[in-house]
Design a protein around this ligand. Structure first.
Ligand SMILES: [Zn+2]
Length: 160
């Protein structure tokens, strides 16, 4: 963003509560680019045989993850999770539960993660080009982003 969206002045830096932020140098305008994180819904989709991990067309070849999606305006996060499960994998949600909410500063996102028990025949949408179903006892998370949700969900599975 090179120009202020409110008054079209060239953007500069402003000091807010002793922190330098990008903003409009015109104090009468006062626009500040807060750069708030974007909420993202992530789904641990479990079908018969395990959890669906999918490969995004833009990712490195070996990288597979649980599916994610952006909320639409006004959309309930759980409804978003069900919608994305259908849109990306063609699977119907049978049961759902919240796993947790996770900061993902590397992408400036907040991840809202659900466990979705789903059924149907997997058909990938255009964003995905491959998937695998990983048995729960072979599933492993990782230490950021959606991997944190997988780790928490696995820990809860083992505890129950
Ligand atoms: Zn301005």
């Amino acid at each position: 963003m090179n120009y202020c969206p409110q008054c079209a002045s060239p953007m500069g830096e402003v000091l807010i509560n002793n922190e330098i932020r990008k903003g409009c140098p015109d104090s009468a305008c006062g626009f500040v680019l807060w750069n708030n994180p974007t909420p993202v819904v992530a789904m641990i989709v479990e079908v018969e045989g395990g959890v669906v991990l999918a490969h995004n067309v833009n990712w490195p070849k070996s990288f597979y993850s649980i599916i994610t999606g952006f909320l639409e305006a006004g959309e309930d996060p759980l409804e978003c999770a069900k919608r994305e499960t259908m849109e990306e994998l063609n699977l119907h949600t049978l049961e759902s539960s919240l796993v947790g909410v996770y900061a993902f500063p590397q992408q400036n996102q907040v991840i809202i993660a659900y466990h979705i028990k789903a059924a149907g025949e997997v058909k990938l949408n255009h964003e995905l080009d491959d998937y695998k179903i990983v048995p729960v006892n072979e599933l492993k998370g990782w230490d950021m982003g959606t991997g944190l949700a997988i780790n928490d969900w696995l820990a809860a599975q083992r505890a129950s």
